[in-house]
Design a protein around this ligand. Structure first.
Ligand code: COS
Length: 386
């Protein structure tokens, strides 16, 4: 569904104003406090940000992927910790339900996810199952009308605030790989579910990741998403979309950093003139702009194709690989253009430098994206479709 151009422009403008007026001025405070103020979270709720990827019949804005990416570019214009508040509701925490949930499951949870009253989280990674997600060992053993879950999930974004988790767990112990995995909605208040302390991390203070531990947690069979053994595919489909969204956030941050670089380079004088007039500075800024523009075009193209019903597994990996690696280079150049000031906390550039490092890791490392791209190309060639 193509989104009405006027509604879309109005929404983008609202998000832009919110980011500029409410988020940018308190970036340092959020990093120092390691928390996004409740008033800002409330405003995100009012804007409908928690529900942008939830269908209208469940209270969401039902944005198409292209519009979601345009919103994500805007959210990237400030510290990524702000986006993370609603990030799991927009993406990996809600989309298993949106894409594969039954009517009953959707009407039970999606309205709360859309309004932001329920925080949803995605629990795939484990201490011994990161890139090799199909090797997960959390068990879900059927016992009458329930599954009994045991295991530990690791680095789960927003786990400390989550009301429900999409959990991938092994229902068939005789099948070691992807085929033995099923997906479940697990409510936080289920006896036997506990959440660890937030990890101390390199960046994105204000956003949190924790362990989630299941000890004989009994989850109703009705909470299983899709069929037994289909959980890995559910997770991968969710990540296809999530990777496009993260690409757009990273590219938004690149755009912000280019603006910071240009403004600083016009002000800062060395050798008797603004450093913007020095060609080696120009080269760093120009390379950043060219790469960011390329990322933006790739993302919008992949998003439109997804909206048109195409399989975008490979394209999502291409955008995630390119946009997040480009963002890393842009952040590095931003520190370089700022010189000593780039290393000093007050200027905020070193914070972005740390914040963006995770983009190349979560929702699949750059190396996993390369593997997926190569795998899809080989598949297409074997099928005579290349
Ligand atoms: N959409 C739907 N189904 C998919 C899929 C996708 N994007 N990708 C894979 N599948 C299916 C495959 O078709 C296969 O099913 P069949 O055997 O019926 O064909 C099944 O899932 C297993 O796929 P595959 O054999 O490719 O699995 P691998 O174990 O080789 O792993 C990678 C694939 C490496 C791509 C996967 O483990 C991965 O993405 N790892 C990174 C995990 C990640 O992003 N973690 C971040 C945590 S969330 S912040």
């Amino acid at each position: 569904m193509a989104f009405d151009a006027e509604i879309r422009a109005a929404l983008i403008e609202q998000v832009r104003r919110f980011v500029t007026e409410k988020c940018v001025p308190i970036e340092a405070q959020v990093a120092d406090d390691d928390a996004v103020p409740q008033s800002v979270v409330d405003e995100m709720k009012q804007l409908g940000l928690f529900g942008i990827a939830v269908p209208e019949e469940y209270g969401g804005l039902a944005l198409d992927m292209e519009t979601e990416c345009l919103v994500a570019f805007e959210l990237g214009h400030t510290s990524p910790a702000f986006r993370s508040v609603a990030g799991t509701n927009i993406g990996i925490g809600s989309q298993a339900l949106v894409l594969f949930g039954t009517e009953e499951q959707k009407s039970k949870w999606l309205p709360g996810i859309a309004s932001g009253d329920l925080i949803a989280s995605f629990a795939l990674t484990e201490p011994e199952a990161g890139s090799d997600a199909a090797s997960l060992t959390t068990k879900a053993i059927r016992d009458g009308d329930h599954y009994v879950l045991n295991g530990t999930k690791r680095y789960i974004t927003n786990a400390n605030k989550a009301d429900l988790f999409t959990v991938m767990a092994r229902t068939d112990l005789s099948k070691p790989g992807a085929k033995g995995v099923s997906a479940f909605v697990v409510e936080r208040n289920t006896p036997g579910v506990s959440v660890g302390q937030p990890e101390k991390k390199m960046g994105q203070q204000g956003a949190h990741i924790c362990d989630v531990i299941f000890e004989n947690a009994r989850v109703p069979v009705a909470n299983r998403i899709a069929g037994e053994g289909e959980g890995f595919k559910v997770a991968m489909s969710v990540l296809d979309k999530g990777r496009l969204h993260i690409s757009a956030v990273a590219t938004g941050v690149s755009e912000r950093l280019i603006k910071e670089m240009v403004n600083y380079a016009l002000e800062r004088k060395q050798f008797g003139k603004p450093i913007m007039d020095h060609q080696l500075i120009q080269a760093m800024i120009a390379d950043s702009q060219a790469e960011t523009y390329a990322a933006r075009c790739m993302i919008l193209d992949a998003a439109r194709r997804r909206d048109a019903g195409e399989d975008v597994t490979m394209l999502a990996s291409c955008t995630k690989l390119f946009a997040t690696e480009a963002c890393g280079r842009v952040a590095d150049r931003a520190v370089q253009v700022f010189g000593g000031a780039g290393y000093v906390t007050d200027y905020g550039i070193e914070r972005f430098y740390r914040d963006v490092r995770i983009f190349r890791l979560y929702e699949g490392t750059s190396q996993i994206q390369q593997i997926i791209i190569a795998r899809e190309l080989a598949r297409a060639a074997k099928a005579g479709n290349l």
